[in-house]
Design a binder for this molecule. Structure first.
Ligand SMILES: Cc1cc2nc3c(=O)[nH]c(=O)nc-3n(C[C@H](O)[C@H](O)[C@H](O)COP(=O)(O)OP(=O)(O)OC[C@H]3O[C@@H](n4cnc5c(N)ncnc54)[C@H](O)[C@@H]3O)c2cc1C
Length: 465
């Protein structure tokens, strides 16, 4: 199994694959991890997923809880928002903040520790697919072979282009200036410890409290503003002046960016699978770019193990696209609406976006309704909310939770199915909850429905008879 791209998604995929026994090689053209921050937040699902791969203590060193998120008007009056103090999901803070170079370095070391081969400083220049596998040509004229190529090679993915996979453009491009600073004395400056969208009619602005002394500002560029002028040190400090003086912080990074909202038309092209920015890019307002990429990695890794172990046919990999594509498309749309809401609250446009799209609103990401799930219940196709309470030793097993003992071994062919006795709280008030290896609810049913549910899962898993 070859992963092209050792950014955070490629590295998370490597860790997840090694955790389920899939030998993998990561090819990354840079010898060092990218030293500037991009993503800032990690949600509870991803943190929990990485912790399940054995990285819990390392995560504690690179993450801190994000305490709140809101939208305010130009005078600082709160328009909508959410308080995240002490909000836990899956046993983790609902949202954590990080300094991405530290996170990436931790992931690179973890991938290595778990046995992946890291080929650093080498660029993939070509790949050829045939019925036996994928041949991957590197820029030093050597080749690698794999049964599958997982393309985590970022927004301008060579692999995606070579596979002829088009991007669907959801039509939201905006130019913003991103400024990361490191505060000398955070307490003295008194910047708010949260994520904040300042809905300023003249210039929508984002504040993001970062890990330790880091802090991010994002300024929406206005028509006619030239990136090279706006990124000059003088102009940047003028923009920062209402919040922080140049004597109180150092500039870490200044960049003018055009945010896109795009999703690949398919995430699987035979033996080539796309993940992370190679498959989707979104505006940053929900902080879901990297989270969505890591969600791809967790979704695909157990399926690759099932196929590699000979338990399921390669058709199972179609469920990767069937599950992840509509899910991430919805997240991209939500990120776009969050961006539109900033302009709307600022009185610059009237898009008619519901305030429920804002932080703390009721709009939720959709679940998986196609793929390895048996729809029919609200909990199905979403992360199992009590997964952290389940004693879990086998990373590749389906788990059936029930008050009564169940005998389900063999119902999914060679796929391991473990039955765990649990009270009605853990079974979500149903007779049985079936949870997949990635912690998603596959089915929720009553005893009488169980034979039919297992038969459907067997079919959807493409179990080899
Ligand atoms: C300003 C900004 C703010 C953001 N904020 C957030 C946030 O708060 N939360 C969030 O979740 N996301 C956020 N994101 C998005 C997030 O940074 C990206 O989604 C994430 O970095 C994508 O990771 P990736 O591994 O898919 O791609 P990348 O990080 O781009 O990694 C791709 C890797 O592939 C390598 N590569 C490419 N081509 C080849 C090749 N041919 N051969 C070998 N190696 C190759 C590259 O060197 C690179 O290391 C933000 C992005 C930006 C720009």
């Amino acid at each position: 199994m070859v992963i092209v791209g050792g950014g955070p998604v490629g590295l998370a995929a490597s860790v997840a694959l090694s955790s389920v026994g899939v030998t993998n090689t990561v090819v990354e053209k840079s010898t060092e991890v990218y030293n500037l921050p991009r993503a800032i937040v990690m949600d509870a699902e991803i943190r929990h997923g990485l912790a399940r791969c054995g990285l819990e203590s390392q995560l504690d060193d690179v993450l801190e809880p994000m305490l709140a998120a809101d939208f305010v008007d130009v005078d600082g009056n709160r328009l909508t928002g959410i308080d995240l103090h002490d909000v836990q999901l899956l046993g983790c803070p609902a949202v954590s903040k990080h300094f991405q170079p530290r996170l990436d370095a931790m992931l690179r070391q973890a991938a290595r520790n778990k046995g992946a081969q890291l080929v650093l400083g080498r660029e993939v220049v070509e790949h050829r697919v045939d019925s036996t596998g994928v041949e991957i040509a590197l820029d030093d004229a050597t080749t690698l072979h794999g049964d599958v190529l997982l393309a985590c090679d970022g927004a301008s993915s060579r692999t995606r282009k070579a596979a002829g996979v088009q991007l669907e453009d959801l039509g939201f491009d905006q130019d913003w200036l991103v400024v990361d600073i490191e505060l000398k004395d955070r307490k003295a400056v008194g910047l708010p410890d949260l994520t904040r969208q300042v809905c300023d009619p003249n210039r929508p602005t984002t504040l993001v409290s970062g890990f330790r002394n880091y802090y991010r500002f994002e300024f929406q560029l206005q028509p006619g503003e030239q990136p090279q002028v706006m990124t000059s040190t003088t102009r940047v400090w003028e923009l920062l002046a209402p919040w922080v003086a140049s004597s109180q912080a150092t500039l870490v990074r200044t960049a003018a960016y055009r945010f896109h909202a795009v999703v690949a038309e398919r995430f699987r092209d035979g033996r080539v699978l796309l993940a992370g920015d190679a498959a989707h890019q979104m505006p940053p307002f929900m902080g879901q770019g990297l989270n969505s990429g890591m969600r791809d990695a967790f979704n695909v890794s157990w399926k690759l193990a099932y196929v590699g172990n000979g338990w399921c046919s390669a058709d199972l990999l179609d469920s990767y696209s069937a599950e992840r594509l509509p899910h991430v498309r919805d997240v991209v749309e939500q990120s776009v609406d969050t961006g539109r809401l900033i302009d709307q609250f600022a009185g610059r446009v009237s898009h008619g976006v519901s305030r429920e799209a804002g932080y703390g609103g009721t709009r939720r990401a959709r679940g998986y309704d196609d793929g390895v799930v048996v729809p029919g219940n609200e909990a199905v196709g979403k992360p199992y909310s009590q997964w952290h309470r389940v004693d879990y030793a086998e990373p590749l097993a389906f788990v059936a939770l029930s008050e009564a003992p169940l005998t389900l071994e063999g119902r999914l062919g060679n796929v391991p199915v473990r039955s765990i006795r649990a009270d009605r709280f853990l079974t979500l008030n149903h007779d049985v909850v079936v949870v997949r290896p990635d912690g998603y609810v596959a089915a929720c049913c009553e005893f009488a429905e169980l034979p039919g549910v297992m038969a459907t899962l067997r079919e959807r898993l493409c179990v080899v008879q």
